[in-house]
Design a binder for this molecule. Structure first.
Ligand code: PBG
Ligand code: ZN
Length: 342
């Protein structure tokens, strides 16, 4: 029998400075948290008027774009490696009603934009947010009963209709953010029925919490609920259990990819979902309130912008995010380019 002697120098095993004294060594220890353009998805707001750029006050540096202006905005980003976008439609003059008719009408900005984006940027993967709130008169994410509660069956029927309309316009990915029960299965079935199932991925907003960080987005997308809140369909911030059940539900219904949202306040959920479903690409959405918070903190010099944002992006990757959805994507692409030149 070999007698393993207690190593007198055992303490040397945990002297960490020897692992991190130059950039290459530090990189070896952080490979899994590296960022490339493929780890990023860029959210974009598209409006009815093709020739307009509307800056969004609550999200300094972010604008809503008409489709022609969006072409100019995206061109340099695609050259820098941008590989995917997440599109949100915003309507102003088109009427809103109880069914969200213009979520899937021919005048919908997304339905008009997708074929053009496909032809201008053949390498770009296009995801479309699927929801009713920007198009309903009441601003809720589903269809309501007369008493104001959610009619889940009517809602998922409508959501699946909208998903097919976006797929038929050319979306590679449909991303339902409505949080209704059973929508993933319904969308999958409807895509299949219209022979779109094999060429449309479903990215589920799986663990989407009823968060205080969506304020600027509702301003941007003009999707503030007219009454009440979204707590009856979005998850309570304290519940890991419901997040895991939502993931189990969406996986069983055939989701292709899963999302956790918001990001920074839900890193533990992100990690649990990645660990429970390592077979699935996991997305994290750094939402509008997180964007605004970082922007303002940096502007007030409470933090250094690049240091703080980079650290947060690393935390998403470390917790298990494969793809980060971020309004900061343009500046992050610049950083990635610069780094690759060093
Ligand atoms: C609406 C939707 C929201 C976001 C994406 N889709 C907000 C909400 O639920 O009210 C939030 C995105 C952000 O804050 O950046 N279905
Ligand atoms: Zn919604």
């Amino acid at each position: 029998m070999i007698h393993v002697q207690q190593d007198k120098n055992v303490k040397n095993r945990h002297l960490l400075h020897s692992s991190i004294f130059n950039t290459t060594l530090r990189n070896w220890h952080t490979l899994k948290t590296e960022l490339s353009p493929n780890n990023l998805m860029y959210p974009v707001f598209i409006v009815e008027d093709d020739d307009i750029i509307q800056p969004i006050d609550s999200m300094p540096g972010v604008s809503r774009y008409g489709i022609k202006k969006l072409k100019d905005h995206l061109e340099p980003l695609v050259k820098k490696g941008l590989s995917s976008v997440l599109l949100f439609g915003v309507i102003d003059t088109l009427p809103k009603d109880e069914q969200g008719t213009h979520a899937s009408s021919l005048e919908n900005p997304i339905i008009r934009a997708v074929p053009k984006l496909r032809s201008w940027f053949p390498s770009l993967t296009i995801a479309c947010d699927v929801c009713l709130c920007p198009y309903t008169s009441h601003g809720h994410c589903g269809i309501l009963f007369a008493d104001g509660t959610i009619d889940n069956n009517a809602s998922i029927h409508r959501i699946a209709e909208i998903a097919v309309a976006y797929a038929q316009a050319g979306a590679h990915i449909v991303a339902p953010s409505d949080m209704m029960d059973g929508r993933i299965g319904k969308i999958k079935n409807n895509l299949d029925k219209h022979n779109m199932g094999h060429k449309t991925a479903v990215l589920s907003y799986t663990a989407k919490f009823a968060s205080g960080f969506y304020g600027p987005f509702r301003d941007a997308a003009k999707s503030q609920p007219a009454f009440g809140d979204r707590k009856c369909y979005q998850l309570p911030p304290g519940s890991t259990g419901l997040a895991l059940r939502a993931a189990a539900r969406d996986v069983s219904e055939g989701a292709d990819m899963l999302m956790v949202k918001p990001g920074l306040s839900y890193l533990d959920i992100l990690k649990e979902i990645k660990q429970a479903y390592p077979e699935y690409p996991i997305f994290v959405y750094q939402v509008s309130g997180e964007y605004a918070m970082i922007h303002h903190a940096a502007k007030l010099r409470a933090v250094d912008f690049q240091t703080a944002l980079s650290e947060i992006l690393i935390s998403f990757r470390r917790a298990g995010a494969d793809v980060i959805i971020s309004y900061f994507t343009p500046v992050i692409l610049d950083w990635i380019q610069l780094k690759s030149k060093i």
